[in-house]
Design a protein around this ligand. Structure first.
Ligand code: ZN
Length: 126
């Protein structure tokens, strides 16, 4: 697998209200033109650089066991964003990529971040 293919398999994991909705979007890049949703909480990412087996163990429940590079696990209720990165086979740009998810950026055409925000607002309004 070449680097480009690896990057296209970055995954975005989401966690909301302890119910897990994971998605593995097969896009390499981040959409930086669409601003984060209004009200997206400021979260300081907690970054873990770990072995590949450990990274897979942490990410697989949300994005599947074929995750490459790393994942970001976002919990809007707790306002935490935990990033797990593969330190055995690090992928260039993985940390920056996942940090942008923490900041509320999605993949081009992605709906995960906005959907999370809508679910979060709905939950808060109850
Ligand atoms: Zn991503």
């Amino acid at each position: 697998m070449n680097r480009r293919q690896q990057q296209s398999r970055f995954s975005l994991a989401v966690m909301l209200l302890l119910s897990l909705s994971g998605c593995a979007l097969l896009y390499a890049s981040i959409d930086e033109h669409t601003p984060p949703p209004v009200g997206w909480p400021k979260m300081v990412p907690e970054v873990h650089k770990v072995s590949q087996p450990k990274m897979r163990e942490e990410c697989a429940p949300y994005v599947g066991s074929d995750v490459v590079g790393g994942c970001a696990i976002i919990d809007l209720m707790a306002k935490t964003c935990v990033i797990w990165l593969d330190n055995d086979f690090p992928v260039d740009g993985a940390e920056i990529h996942e940090r942008k998810h923490c900041a509320g950026y999605d993949h081009p055409g992605g709906k995960t971040i906005s959907r999370m925000m809508n679910e979060y607002k709905t939950a808060e309004a109850k």
